[in-house]
Design a protein around this ligand. Structure first.
Ligand code: NAD
Length: 264
């Protein structure tokens, strides 16, 4: 439906390239008529994000490193000045030292634990604080999580701990912001080949395992996640908040290897 998000304005955080989950969600929202602003992390990504934003008719493309509070403030100050109001927000940001996304969780260092929690969990609360002030007519926020928050997944380690905290923060934010008709949800996406995923040890194996063992016997696409993002961010999701919505071809319901799964 081309008019479903007509007149809605949203901020998309976390596009690195055209494989990014944030980009999949942005495309679905654009197809539904939404207008968007984008942030990019550092100059290296600027030249990738600007042409993508332009494809969706957006000229509002701003730098933002979530470890720098001043840069987060600057983004919201610019949105307030240009739009005055915000309707939706996508947070698709995570980071951990890739050397600790393999091997044992027990070996995680304090420094990497702190930066992983800061970038992958706290930053969502930090942007929610600022977005709340601009969501004067209600709103919807979505962050991205993974099954490694719920169950031990190989190599996910400290990121699983950060995602568990992120999922808990979704519930607390939903309660705090609900009275203002601001909804807060997470999408728990199945594995997708992206820049961030390439840092996870043995990612190819995890992808194949999901493909062979999920009920739909395939892995999820950017489009799958994009469509669910659009549902949660638009009025289609009007009664949904505090939810962790799995978009994983059903993998999270499975308890054992599928009988027809080939060896990997
Ligand atoms: P991606 O590499 O395309 O996106 C990650 C983004 O995080 C990048 O745009 C990067 O610039 C941004 N980022 C990292 N540190 C930042 C910082 N300090 N400040 C601002 N931005 C920063 O990869 P993706 O897979 O699309 O990741 C998006 C989200 O989806 C992440 O939260 C990730 O954990 C989650 N997720 C990914 C998968 C998967 O298999 N790819 C599955 C489930 C959840």
């Amino acid at each position: 439906n081309r008019d479903l998000m007509k007149g809605k304005r949203g901020l998309i955080m976390g596009v690195a390239n055209d494989k990014s989950i944030a980009w999949g969600i942005a495309q679905s929202c654009a197809a539904a008529g939404a207008e968007m602003a984008f942030t990019y992390q550092g100059d290296a990504l600027k030249k990738r994000v600007i042409p993508l934003a332009e494809q969706l008719g957006s000229t509002l493309v701003l730098p933002c490193d979530v470890t720098d509070a001043a840069s987060v403030d600057a983004v919201f100050a610019e949105l307030e000045k240009t739009w005055g109001r915000l309707d939706f927000l996508v947070h698709a940001i995570a980071y951990s030292d890739k050397d600790q996304l393999r091997g044992r969780y027990v070996d995680t260092t304090y420094d990497n634990f702190a930066i992983t929690m800061n970038v992958s969990c706290y930053s969502f609360t930090a942007v929610a604080q600022r977005a709340e002030k601009l969501m004067t007519e209600g709103g919807s926020m979505v962050t991205l999580t993974y099954y490694g928050a719920e169950k031990v997944m190989p190599h996910y380690n400290v990121m699983g701990v950060a995602k568990a905290a992120l999922e808990a923060s979704v519930r607390y934010l939903a309660m705090d912001l609900g009275p203002k008709n601001i909804r807060v949800n997470a999408i728990s996406a199945g594995p997708i080949r992206t820049l961030a995923a390439s840092g996870i040890g043995d990612f190819r194996y995890i992808l194949k395992w999901n493909e062979y063992n999920s009920p739909l016997r395939r892995s999820v696409t950017l489009e799958d996640v994009g469509k669910t993002g659009m549902y949660l961010l638009s009025d289609l999701g009007s009664g949904v908040t505090g939810e962790v919505q799995h978009v994983d071809c059903g993998y999270h319901v499975v308890g054992m290897k599928a009988e027809d799964a080939p060896d990997i």
